[in-house]
Design a protein around this ligand. Structure first.
Ligand SMILES: [Zn+2]
Ligand SMILES: [Zn+2]
Length: 428
């Protein structure tokens, strides 16, 4: 912002301050409040823009070793909390990268919430991805001017996701690694505390199981005076301990994906998320579509549900039986995970549009299922159930039959060593 702009803005702010002083807030009606808010916004925009400029100056001074970092300056002299000061410092960086947002902030056309949404969405992007994000500045500022902070934040998250080279797989893997459960007993009250932290995919499954059982309990106890929190605890305890009262049917988790994303990956208007709107990478959703416990809901470009028929999607009992007859273990040549612990993978699910043919199905353990969907490995299945496994770099890792059932041993949990002649590796 140059000096001329600043002077004209200061004039507007002075007018607004005068107007705010003149109005009697103790008696004004609802319409008058709108006028007051408009004046207040002008003043606030000015102070927000000032804060951005202060943050910028302290960042530049800090770079020369003449100041502490921006967040420290704002926290100390600006009496901001550490969190607020950090947010303001990040806001300045967004304004630096996208000056249109600084102007819009000055004019009161967007709020700090809009700018902070960009900072939050781009926090995990690398420099190249951030540069690609910033190219959308004009469109973003136009959207921010007419959208609520929440709607705009979602748009930013979706844009950031489409720009990530791996469509968010690395992030989900990272979240999965951070899964943890902490447990402690409060010595004074004697109460047990559990703190469970899990990735979005696991979270969606837990939530589905929990809400389904909680609903059952609420019906059962509808005449009792029991708080929702207490019923929630009871639901969780019964679920974990497998109390007799539970209907063990696995509750349905749904994932939503549009057809174009399913086939080609993320695009600007992708829908690829759990039913509670937690976004997932398309590769993860493709893997979940193989899972009998998950209901994939496929949408067309207009967001309408495409009816693909659930019954055709998961392997039926006869097909499972046929597969179990051929596979003692996971279909990966190096894996001894028993068949009953495997998921039935649809080798070319999305091209076949959900068709569940035996020659398109192979059991895979959870680890190898991940490898094929999210790990960049390719698995093809040919005649006589010959599979070809290709590494992410295009090198063929294995070609051969995957049938590992020997006629005489029909005990599913027995571990067998793979036969070297049949499981020959071919290096390409
Ligand atoms: Zn699969
Ligand atoms: Zn396996």
């Amino acid at each position: 912002m140059d000096q001329m702009e600043l002077v004209s803005m200061a004039q507007r702010v002075r007018c607004s301050v005068d107007a705010l002083v003149a109005v009697d807030l103790d008696v004004c009606d609802r319409d008058a409040l709108d006028d007051v808010l408009a004046q207040w916004r002008t003043v606030r925009s000015f102070t927000d823009a000032c804060e951005v400029r202060i943050a910028r100056r302290s960042r530049l001074l800090a770079a020369e070793g003449r100041s502490e970092p921006a967040a420290g300056v704002l926290a100390q002299g600006g009496l901001r909390s550490t969190k607020e000061a950090q947010a303001a410092a990040q806001r300045e960086q967004v304004c630096e990268a996208m000056p249109v947002f600084e102007s819009a902030l000055c004019d009161g056309a967007v709020s700090t919430g809009h700018v902070d949404a960009i900072a939050a969405a781009t926090g995990r992007l690398d420099e190249t991805e951030k540069a690609a994000f910033n190219e959308h500045a004009q469109q973003l500022v136009a959207d921010a001017e007419r959208q609520s902070v929440e709607t705009f934040a979602r748009e930013c998250r979706e844009l950031a996701r489409t720009l990530q080279y791996d469509e968010g797989v690395a992030r989900l893997e990272n979240q999965r690694r951070q899964n943890n459960l902490r447990q402690r007993v409060d010595r004074v009250s004697g109460m047990h505390h559990f703190h469970l932290e899990v990735d979005p995919e696991s979270g969606a499954k837990v939530t589905a199981a929990y809400t389904a059982h909680l609903a059952t309990l609420r019906v059962r106890h509808r005449d009792d005076d029991i708080s929702r929190d207490r019923l929630g605890a009871q639901a969780m305890v019964e679920l974990i301990t497998g109390a007799r009262a539970i209907d063990r049917r696995v509750p349905e988790v749904s994932v939503l994906i549009d057809l174009a994303t399913m086939i080609n990956g993320l695009h600007e208007a992708s829908i690829c998320e759990t039913s509670d709107a937690t976004m997932l990478p398309p590769d993860t959703v493709r893997r979940l579509c193989c899972d009998a416990e998950i209901l994939p809901i496929m949408l067309n470009g207009d967001g309408e549900v495409l009816d693909l028929g659930r019954s055709r999607r998961t392997a039926n009992r006869a097909q499972r039986r046929a597969l179990r007859a051929m596979y003692r273990t996971c279909g990966h040549p190096d894996c001894q995970t028993p068949f009953d612990h495997c998921q039935i993978h649809h080798v070319i699910w999305w091209e076949r549009f959900g068709l569940t043919d035996l020659d398109n199905l192979i059991p895979l353990c959870s680890r190898h299922h991940h490898l094929v969907h999210e790990g960049g490995w390719t698995l093809t299945l040919g005649d006589h159930r010959i599979i070809t496994l290709t590494r992410p770099d295009g090198v063929t890792y294995f070609t051969g039959s995957t049938i590992d059932r020997q006629p005489a041993t029909d005990r599913p949990h027995e571990r067998v060593e793979p036969e070297p002649d049949r499981r020959r590796r071919t290096a390409a």
